[in-house]
Design a protein around this ligand. Structure first.
Ligand code: ADP
Ligand code: MG
Length: 730
């Protein structure tokens, strides 16, 4: 076994850097080359069909059959000319990733001729044999099948394989035959519709020209890179994406010298390669850098409309995994692949933007715009405050559980960071008398709001420990796990903000019934009350500290560390009501999702537990016993030579090893018993709970024993690739 480790290290150390082909010309020449973009559509469709498709995209209405036929035909010719041979509906089942089933364009006609076939009906709808995708019981009890349907708001794209042929991927929603939503995308699209309506109703208070509001999203993606040979020599990474054992390396991240440091050449080469492919797919990747932990990196695109940004993020993750193979890297998206080293998140930068080109969370120097900005800002804060547990539930997963509320990670407490200036501005808004409001424009200057933009522009007032931070002109939801599909947390954020804005508009209208003259005065009056009601969620201090946990408890804020417990928010009656009222998800769909999440959680912890038991027995204990036998022989030889004092320390090590081995065997046995208990529960809710409390409790204590053995046993013999090798070889 140790052989395998040494061999893997040797291979990893002698990697050469593969040459990548850079296309000729500027980025703008190949940007979006592999997508069926608006420009391509315009060029290939008749003016009438083009107009109908684009208006359907805007309004969300269905596309007529004959138009679909024309689009399908154009899409096929375009794709075939680019080298595509197959097509697939590309959708996001509730497993977290994406799914595809490739069908060839090629077909045989009735008279035996080979033809290229792709009809409008195949574009608009497909029936994947989906019995293995999770449905949380929906499909089992009702209809056995689901279907996928084209989402024209996200452009089709071609993914090329290693052989050089491509597959036309058609972004799609995924629905059961009885109409239940079985994917992550459809509820997100629903939430965009309700947010549009609600935010527009508030935006027109300030500017009657606004007709549409869209949510915008920019996703910063963190990840680790590990050489493929090292990865393959670690069964735990291979099976669970996470190292269940491994002693901290002599050099961890204490020096913080990795962050923003120069990117290692082999890594940079990989980045250039996947960014190139991303750009061809119209994913606007812009930023790349090292992260805090060794071997950790980040990629970030420019923000886009939220549905597209979510699609692009999972597509990018997929692309990174594929391109990494060529570079002999493995990408780890797990939230906590290495104990004692920073985990990975996905920072969701979110805002709202009008069709008149205004970012509604961008402060302004003009009094009227300034009030609009504060209105949207305060409504978001209120929404997060009132629905904090629900937002927390959207980021609950097996992987993120190691990150949230653990030592070096954002807390499981939902709080909002605003920065000193904004906090001060809101305090003033809450407490100061604003008689000046009626005196016209300058009144707002007294609030200090008009000074905000210039302050924020050169403001490095950042708080990396806050799960939800205002960063100048957007909110950054930082607690989302690196492996998550953003669609779900974003769907919830959109929905809670939509409901809050709807309420605000209702309250505003009710007040105006009574007093129709003072528009601004009414807005300010409502905002003042909101701030009072929700300011306990504002926190500027260190979110990682023990003091904050104590303080948060005093404030009555939730701090739910276990994922199954956090997930329960989904099925709280008030949140089910919220989803139903906003027409984003039905009760049945929510219950199904809840169940699927519990299954996902359980499976992951179960796999980790099995890997742990296997590795500890068959790799660690067996190695320890072999090493021990050698020590015993040495001690015996020394004693035979009457060298008793010299034999003493060796016997001491033999005893230590015996101690650890006995503990590991016992603990592994007990953990298996706990697993049996969990698996025998009546409901998945109980099973998940036992996994999260009883089974998982063994992880840290078994690990401690194994990591101690790693320090004792001869480096030559140790079977598992060590942390220093995983983290520092590149
Ligand atoms: P920082 O975290 O330092 O603010 P950036 O300004 O690069 O970094 O922004 C981080 C991410 O936020 C990027 O993906 C960026 O495109 C995105 N972003 C910027 N403005 C908005 C916005 N109005 N809505 C959504 N995302 C935005
Ligand atoms: Mg950031």
């Amino acid at each position: 076994m140790a052989q395998l480790r040494h061999k893997a290290v040797e291979i990893a150390q002698s990697r050469s850097i593969p040459k990548i082909e850079i296309p000729e010309g500027k980025v703008t020449d190949y940007y979006g080359a592999n997508i069926f973009s608006d420009d391509v559509m315009k060029a290939l469709l008749s003016p009438d069909a083009y107009r109908k498709v684009t208006s359907a995209i805007k309004s969300g209405e269905n596309i007529e059959g004959n138009v679909a036929d024309e689009v399908a035909s154009a899409m096929k010719s375009w794709a075939v000319s680019k080298g595509a041979t197959h097509y697939t509906h590309w959708f996001q089942p509730l497993t977290g990733g994406t799914a595809e089933k490739h069908d060839a364009f090629f077909d045989i006609s009735f008279d035996g001729q080979a033809i290229e076939k792709f009809k409008g009906s195949a574009l608009v709808q497909q029936e994947p044999d989906a019995s293995s995708f999770p449905s949380g019981g929906i499909r089992e009890t009702f209809e056995a099948r689901g279907y996928s349907a084209w989402d024209p708001t996200s452009p089709a794209f071609i993914m090329f394989n290693d052989a050089g042929t491509g597959t036309l991927c058609i972004p799609s929603v995924y629905i059961s035959y009885t109409g239940e939503l079985l994917d992550a995308k459809t509820p997100l699209l629903n939430s965009c519709t309700v947010l549009d309506k609600a935010a527009t109703s508030v935006a027109i208070i300030f500017d009657r020209h606004v007709e549409r509001v869209t949510a915008t999203l920019g996703v910063e993606q963190e990840y680790f890179l590990v050489d493929k040979s090292l990865y393959n020599a670690r069964p735990d990474l291979l099976m669970s994406g996470r190292s269940v054992f491994g002693h901290a390396p002599a050099k961890g991240q204490q020096l913080e010298d990795h962050y923003f440091g120069s990117i290692p050449p082999r890594v940079l080469n990989f980045m250039v390669d996947f960014e190139l492919e991303a750009l061809k797919l119209g994913i606007p990747v812009r930023t790349r850098h090292n992260e805090v932990a060794p071997a950790q990196f980040e990629v970030a695109p420019t923000f886009e409309e939220i549905n597209l940004a979510c699609d692009h993020n999972i597509l990018l993750m997929d692309l990174m995994k594929k391109v990494a193979k060529k570079h002999n890297f493995e990408v780890l998206f797990h939230e906590k692949p290495f104990a004692g080293i920073n985990g990975s998140g996905k920072h969701n930068n979110w805002s709202m933007s009008t069709d008149t080109g205004v970012n509604l969370l961008s402060p302004s120097t003009k009094p009227k715009e300034s009030l609009r900005f504060v209105t949207f800002l305060v409504n978001v804060i209120k929404a997060v405050h009132d629905n904090a547990d629900l937002l927390r539930a959207t980021i609950a997963s097996a992987g993120n559980e190691y990150r949230l509320g653990a030592n070096e990670a954002p807390p499981a407490i939902m709080s909002i960071f605003l920065g000193t200036q904004m906090t001060k501005a809101l305090e003033d808004l809450e407490n100061k008398e604003i008689v000046e409001i009626e005196k016209g424009e300058n009144a707002y200057i007294k609030l200090g709001l008009n000074r905000i933009p210039s302050i924020l522009l050169d403001n490095t007032d950042r708080n990396r420990t806050s799960p939800f931070a205002f960063t100048g002109n957007k909110f950054e939801f930082r607690a989302v796990g690196s492996s998550a599909n953003s669609a779900t947390p974003m769907m919830v954020l959109n929905t809670i903000v939509a409901r809050q804005l709807t309420k605000f508009r209702e309250e505003y209208d009710a007040e105006r019934e009574l007093d129709s003259t003072k528009k601004e005065g009414i807005v300010v009056k409502i905002l003042k009350r909101y701030i009072t009601e929700c300011k306990n969620i504002l926190f500027e201090g260190n979110g990682y500290s023990k003091e904050w946990e104590i303080e948060a408890e005093k404030r009555g804020l939730s701090n739910i560390k276990e994922a199954p417990e956090a997930l329960k928010a989904f099925i709280q009656p008030k949140f089910i009501e919220l989803f139903e009222e906003m027409k984003v998800l039905t009760k049945r769909e929510i219950l199904a999702r809840y169940e699927i999440e519990l299954h996902n959680y359980t499976k992951k912890i179960q796999i980790e537990s099995r890997v742990m038991a296997d590795l500890s027995q068959n790799h660690v204990v067996s190695t320890a016993v072999k090493y021990q036998t050698r020590l015993v022989q040495t001690a015996k030889a020394l004693k035979d030579m009457e060298l008793h004092t010299e034999a003493e320390p060796i016997i001491e090590i033999v005893k230590q090893i015996s101690g650890h081995v006995a503990k590991i065997s016992q603990l592994a046995h007990d953990m298996t018993e706990a697993r049996k208990k969990a698996n025998n529960c009546e409901t998945i809710e109980e099973t998940a709970k036992i996994y999260s409390t009883e089974v998982k409790d063994f992880f840290e204590i078994i690990r401690k024993e194994v990591d101690q053995l790693e320090l004792i046993i001869d480096d030559e013999d140790w079977p598992l690739v060590k942390y220093r090798e995983l983290l520092y070889i590149r």
